[in-house]
Design a protein. Structure first.
Length: 202
């Protein structure tokens, strides 16, 4: 069997990942790709249950290490149950977030040692990496999102936290320029999508 192609989308909250994923899904379907579109954390019964715990504002006392381990547990289940089998069948997988988010949010944002986060990422995914990652960047994206959206537990962490997350994403992109494509998320959704298509090898 031909190995499938794994695409991930990353970026701070409010950059427009969901919109661009929908556009890419439609574009690739028109080209005849068989697709599996997922979100992190989530995608499976177990992972969705973990997602509810992670985003619940009532869980404000959650420790930073517990937060990281819950994300990794959700990721491990998603990889084993859905992503790896789909790729083995030749399916194109699109993920709304993957392990780069743990490096940005729990590593740069929470201050957990980056080597520890990376080791847990490797363990949870069994070494699986996206073939290409689109990092959407838009300054002050969270403040724009919260105009018409109630904040979840992570979004309530504050502007300084989110600033560290944005910085983290940019540092991660610098470290892996072949895989991670930095996309200017300003302008219309069509303009942003054209920038994504220009970087897509398939």
């Amino acid at each position: 069997m031909n190995k499938g192609y794994f695409i991930s989308f990353e970026g701070s909250d409010g950059v427009g990942k969901s919109t661009q994923i929908k556009l890419l899904e439609s574009y690739l379907k028109d080209l005849g790709h068989e697709l599996l579109v997922l979100r992190e954390p989530g995608g499976t019964q177990i992972s969705e249950a973990i997602r509810e715990i992670l985003l619940d504002k009532n869980n404000a006392k959650m420790s930073e290490s517990a937060e990281l381990l819950l994300y990794e547990a959700a990721r491990a289940q998603l990889c084993e149950e859905l992503i790896k089998p789909a790729l083995a069948r030749g399916v194109t997988v699109i993920a709304d977030r993957f392990y780069d988010s743990s490096l940005a949010y729990q590593g740069f944002g929470r201050g957990i040692d980056l080597n520890e986060v990376q080791s847990l990422n490797e363990f949870a995914t069994g070494g699986l990496k996206p073939d290409i990652t689109f990092l959407l960047h838009l300054p002050n994206s969270l403040s724009r999102k919260l105009i018409d959206h109630e904040a979840d537990r992570l979004e309530l962490a504050g502007e300084e936290f989110m600033s560290r997350v944005q910085t983290g994403f940019l540092e991660i992109a610098k470290a892996e320029p072949e895989r991670i494509k930095l996309i200017d998320a300003s302008g219309s959704k069509e303009e942003v999508f054209s920038r994504i298509i220009a970087e897509l090898p398939c």
